[in-house]
Design a protein around this ligand. Structure first.
Ligand code: NAP
Length: 243
């Protein structure tokens, strides 16, 4: 399947490392002009050097910074809300500060940036596509993941509401729900075999994913190959969610 985004402008949040960085790679290879948002300058410098993308330094956990970054990105046809953090611990010890930060980055930033980008799409009248990078944690409960799971479940439902309201403008909105993906975040959370091995054992395919497993699904959902698909939450989970 040949996916091309020539002439399209894409915005990717959390583009500095991991899944977001691989999405930048693939969208660039498919011909998109990519705008990358992240919060570490050295990551943005290397992204620019490798992929020639426009870069915006912003901590999108801050509401005004998220809005400004989306406005600075200019007209966007394809949006990937990928930035996310995982602040983990037992529910009984979880703090309000961690809850608020998780919601600000994982959920509120996607709301703010999507709103700015979708307003531009509506005004230009040519439609568009948005993919939210959620998680299997939005569907299945995971130990020590209270705020993270809640943020991703909310992102899944925000995806459905956006699909409902933006569909008439030919703006499609979908989510992907990966299992453990071997990125800096994936290694941080699951790298200890004492945690990782039992998780891997619950995945029917018996393995964790790589960033390309997510970026290839994202490219499909952004492309015209999926132009009848909106409002879905697509597991990329080796079957974790079947049982
Ligand atoms: P990662 O390796 O930690 O990379 C996340 C990237 O997002 C980093 O470049 C980070 O920048 C950036 N970022 C984080 N907070 C930001 C903020 N407030 N403003 C701007 N940029 C920010 O994470 P990942 O594993 O690639 O995860 C990407 C997405 O996939 C997340 O939404 C995550 O929840 C989801 N996901 C991951 C997995 C997994 O196992 N890896 C599984 C399911 C879903 P800094 O490094 O500078 O902080």
């Amino acid at each position: 399947m040949d996916i091309r985004f020539d002439g399209k402008r894409a915005l990717v949040t959390g583009a500095g490392k991991g899944i977001g960085r691989d999405i930048v790679r693939l969208l660039t290879e498919c011909g998109a002009a990519v705008v990358a948002i992240s919060r570490t300058q050295s990551d943005l410098d290397s992204l620019k050097a490798e992929y020639g993308c426009q870069t915006i330094l912003a901590d999108i956990g801050k509401a005004e910074a998220a809005r400004q970054a989306a406005e600075d990105a200019g007209p966007i046809d394809l949006l990937v809300n990928n930035a996310g953090i995982a602040l983990l611990g037992p529910f009984l010890e979880a703090t309000v500060a961690d809850w608020d930060e998780t919601m600000a980055v994982n959920l509120r930033a996607a709301f703010i940036i999507s709103q700015v980008v979708a307003k531009g799409m509506v005004a230009r009248g040519k439609g568009g596509a948005i993919v939210n990078v959620s998680s299997q944690a939005g569907i299945a409960a995971l130990q020590d993941h209270a705020a993270y799971c809640a943020s991703k479940a909310a992102m899944d439902h925000l995806t459905r509401v956006m699909a409902l309201e933006l569909g008439p403008h030919q703006i499609r909105v979908n989510a992907v729900n990966p299992t453990v993906i071997l990125t800096p975040m994936g290694e941080m959370v699951w790298g200890d075999p004492a945690k990782g091995d039992p998780m891997r054992a619950k995945i029917p395919l018996g393995r964790f994913g790589y960033p390309r497993h997510v970026s290839e699904a994202v490219a499909y959902l952004l492309s015209d190959k999926s132009d009848m698909i909106t409002g879905i939450t697509m597991p990329i989970d080796g079957g974790y969610l079947v049982g």
